[in-house]
Write a protein that binds this ligand. Sequence first.
Ligand SMILES: [Fe+2]
Length: 360
Amino acid sequence: MMNSATAKRYDSPEEYQLDLPRILVVDDEEPTLRTLSKILALNGNDSVLVKNTTEARVQLQSRTFDLLLCDVNMPGESGLELLREVRSDSPQTAVIMLTGMDSPDLASEALHLGAYGYMLKPFKPNELIINISSALRRRELEIKNSVYHTELERSIREKTREIEQALRKLRKSMSGIIKAMSLAVESRDSYTAGHQHRVSQLSSAIALEMGLSDERVEGIRLAGIVHDLGKIAVPAEILSKPGKITDFEYEIIKNHTRVGYDILKDIEFPWPIADIVLHHHERLNGSGYPFGLEGENILVGARIIAVADVVEAMASHRPYRPALGLYIALEEVKKNRGILYDADVADACLSLFNNKKFSF
Ligand SMILES: [Fe+2]
């Protein structure tokens, strides 16, 4: 086998154009070699003449040829074997097969193996020169085409890397902006500081436990961080009021889902964050707000945040009551599984705390 490492590589079409065509001729008949030598010399080609495939391989290992003119029938080994080897090891070398036998099957096999041409002996000098020129021209176009494709692929890889980098930066800043929004609303209500962050943590863990894609989990994580953004419109006295709130105050609080939606609806997120925020107080049996949506009419992200929200809120201290504790919170989820809360979401949440040692 030829050493493919010695084969010349063309990194640019300019490099190819600087070279004069180098031709290797392989033919066991002395008279044919002499004729070819004269024709090629008159045509100004740089040629090397050898009598068999063994000598041809020695030449092919020592330098790169632009064209191989190769007899088919030679004692020992057929020229077709050399053709097969050259086309696989140095595809940049064009090959024209020469034969004294007019056989369509042989011609077809040679072309199938990658020969650029197939010539019957004896041939006229002009016929040979035309065949050589067209083979070299085709080879040049193939090299240019290959250089173009390599360059194109490199450029596509580079652009893709740049786009991915820009996307990562964009996502990072988007995440930062969402976090800032979350801190803004929590700064007005010290009792619920960290609530959205913890709901976001539990929501994304539930989404993962349910087998949602990483992409959807990320959307739910971000929606969790801002799910109570609308509370920015609720007076701080109501948010931090100890004891029971009035029906009127409760209506103001309930409006936070719509306010959150209005703030977020014009931001083009890759996820329906505004809608998830709008739906996060809907309940499976239609008893929630603001629309009284039921079952699958409520977005999955909102069904997940609803459960995480209840668990976090019940497990934490509130201005109007002390913390009820995690046990009571999980009992609430168990009791209303499939009634208020999506059964799959409830199961994933319970499994996280009971089997996976999840903690806020
Ligand atoms: Fe809420």
